[in-house]
Design a protein around this ligand. Structure first.
Ligand code: SAM
Length: 245
């Protein structure tokens, strides 16, 4: 039987190796992850995340699941929205990222359940959440279709999935964006996080990730309805939103 392969940036690797390789990337950069996000995006990632939360239609009392939530940026924003009568659960497969997330949330006076789990096998019951979000996480998953199906399964009828992810930049800007991604990012990664490879992986993984229309189709295939997307920063990032009806 031939082994199934998948992408790890521009490399093809056995499917079973991807989660370990991605795990190594985030274990390596966890302590510098937030600083790198601010530097790489000149702080823009904060606005993209705020925009995602604004489009979620989440209000007081809602139940929200943050998948691949890492250091908890979205979970924190959602916690303020849902208030004392709602609930936000922060999840990620990587213990190093979650440990930083937990400390940051506690520093902000926020206590919430934190669950280490794989986005492709969510340990939550069917029709449980009003909103599921995944920011810059889907790209790193091995079986994206399985992950989308899981996110669909745990949403209540009327619930929303938000996928915030790097996408396809407006074509005239592509040469500039490529130069930044492949020349500047790995150097910045080396300087700040002592890890050029992790940020080369970032640049490559963005290029092999489905574009706006492909991801929309994947969400529809997983059962989501009324799927739409919003380009941010000329398509550097896109926010996809779909409903379980
Ligand atoms: N959502 C956070 C944010 O926007 O800052 C973190 C995004 S970070 C780029 C990607 C995260 O995806 C990492 O924390 C990584 O551990 C997580 N991840 C990768 N594969 C995963 C999987 N199969 N299940 C859950 N989390 C995963």
């Amino acid at each position: 039987m031939t082994e199934k392969s998948t992408d790890f940036g521009y490399q093809r690797i056995p499917e079973d190796d991807k989660s370990r390789r991605v795990g190594d990337v985030f274990k390596g950069v966890a302590s510098r992850y937030d600083l790198m996000n601010d530097l790489m995006s000149a702080g823009l990632h904060r606005l993209w995340k705020r925009y995602a939360v604004a489009q979620s239609l989440v209000g007081s009392g809602s139940r929200v699941l943050d998948v691949a939530g890492g250091t908890g940026d979205l979970a924190r924003l959602f916690a303020h929205r849902v208030g004392a009568h709602g609930q936000v659960i922060l999840t990620d497969v990587n213990a190093s990222m979650l440990a930083i997330g937990r400390d940051r949330l506690l520093d902000d006076g926020l206590v919430m359940p934190i669950v280490r789990c794989d986005g492709e096998k969510l340990p939550f019951p069917v029709e449980h959440f009003d909103c599921v979000c995944v920011a810059f996480g889907l790209r790193n998953m091995t079986r994206k279709e399985a992950a989308l199906a899981e996110m669909h399964r745990v949403l209540k009828a009327g619930g929303r999935l938000l996928v915030l992810e790097f996408s396809r930049v407006w074509r005239p800007l592509a040469p500039l964006y490529d130069a930044y991604s492949f020349q500047v990012l790995p150097r910045l990664g080396k300087l700040v996080a002592n890890d050029a490879e992790a940020y080369r992986y970032l640049a490559e993984s963005i290029r092999v990730h489905p574009d706006q229309e492909q991801l929309k189709q994947m969400m529809e295939d997983a059962g989501f309805e009324r799927v739409d997307y919003f380009n941010l920063a000329a398509g550097v990032v896109a926010l996809h939103r779909g409903y379980r009806l």
